[in-house]
Design a protein around this ligand. Structure first.
Ligand SMILES: [Zn+2]
Length: 214
C-alpha cells in the first residue's frame, strides 16, 4: 500500500507465519527496508511487481536489525544492490546466528547520524534494547520513522532474546518519541499514521509498557 509520496508499505498480515513488514522508498535511488524472511519473500516481490518494479531495480537494501525475520532475504538482492546495517548488529548476529542463516557482508554500515541515498536523507538513530545494534531510520522529509522492532502499534519489542535489554529499550523509545513523526512504520503489525495517533501511541507505551521496563 502507498503510505505517502514515494513511500510504500508491504504489510505482513498472515498470522500463520512470522515475517516483518517491508518498506519501499521510490526515490532517485530505490530503497528497501527490512526485506524479511527468505521463504516468504514473494510477498515483497509481488508488492514490487504491483508497482511495475523488479528486484534488479533496487539500489539499496537496509535492515533495522539482524533477526532473520527482518534480514534473511537480503540474499535475494544481490549485486549491484548495496546492503547496509549497523556494524555492532552485524558482528552480533554473525556471532550468534552465523551458522543458522546466511549473513551477507554489508557494503557500508549504518551509524548514528545522517545518511543520504540519492535524494533521500535519513537520520540513523541507534536504538538498542530489542537487539544490541538495532537502528531506527527517520526520514524528516516525510516525517516517517522506520522503527524495526523497537515499538509497534500499542506495543514494544521483546527484550528476552539474546542481547536484549529492557533498560536500553526504554531509553531508545524515549529518544525516538521526541521526533516529529507522522508515519510510525513498525516492523510488525499495522502502521500508525497521523501526528496525533503517533503521539498517543508513544503516550500509551509510556503509560503502560514502561512499568515493565526497568
Ligand atoms: Zn527482531
Amino acid at each position: 500500500m502507498k503510505v505517502t509520496n514515494g513511500l510504500h508499505a508491504f504489510i505482513w498480515r498472515n498470522p500463520a507465519a512470522n515475517n516483518c513488514n517491508t518498506y519501499f522508498i521510490d526515490g532517485s535511488q530505490k530503497i528497501i527496508i527490512d526485506p524479511g524472511h527468505q521463504h516468504l519473500f514473494d510477498h515483497v516481490r509481488k508488492g514490487l511487481a504491483g508497482l511495475n518494479l523488479s528486484l534488479n531495480q533496487i539500489d539499496v537494501v537496509l535492515t533495522t536489525h539482524g533477526h532473520p525475520d527482518h534480514m534473511e532475504a537480503v540474499q535475494q538482492l544481490e549485486e549491484p544492490t548495496l546492503f547496509a546495517m549497523s556494524q555492532a548488529e552485524h558482528k552480533f548476529i554473525k556471532d550468534i546466528a552465523g551458522n543458522y542463516f546466511k549473513i551477507p557482508e554489508p557494503d557500508f554500515f549504518l551509524g548514528e547520524g545522517d545518511l543520504t541515498i540519492g535524494d533521500t536523507t535519513f537520520q540513523v538513530i541507534v536504538t538498542p534494547g530489542h537487539s544490541p545494534g538495532s537502528v531506527c531510520l527517520y526520514w524528516p522529509d516525510r516525517k516517517a520513522l522506520f522503527t524495526g522492532d523497537v515499538v509497534f502499534s500499542r506495543s514494544i519489542g521483546r527484550t528476552d532474546l539474546p542481547g536484549g535489554s529492557s533498560s536500553l529499550l526504554k531509553e531508545s523509545i524515549k529518544r525516538i518519541s521526541m521526533l516529529d513523526v507522522e508515519y510510525l512504520l513498525t516492523g510488525h503489525g499495522e502502521i500508525v499514521a497521523g501526528v496525533e495517533a503517533v503521539r498517543a501511541n508513544f503516550q500509551m507505551i509510556e503509560n503502560y509498557w514502561f512499568k515493565h521496563l526497568r
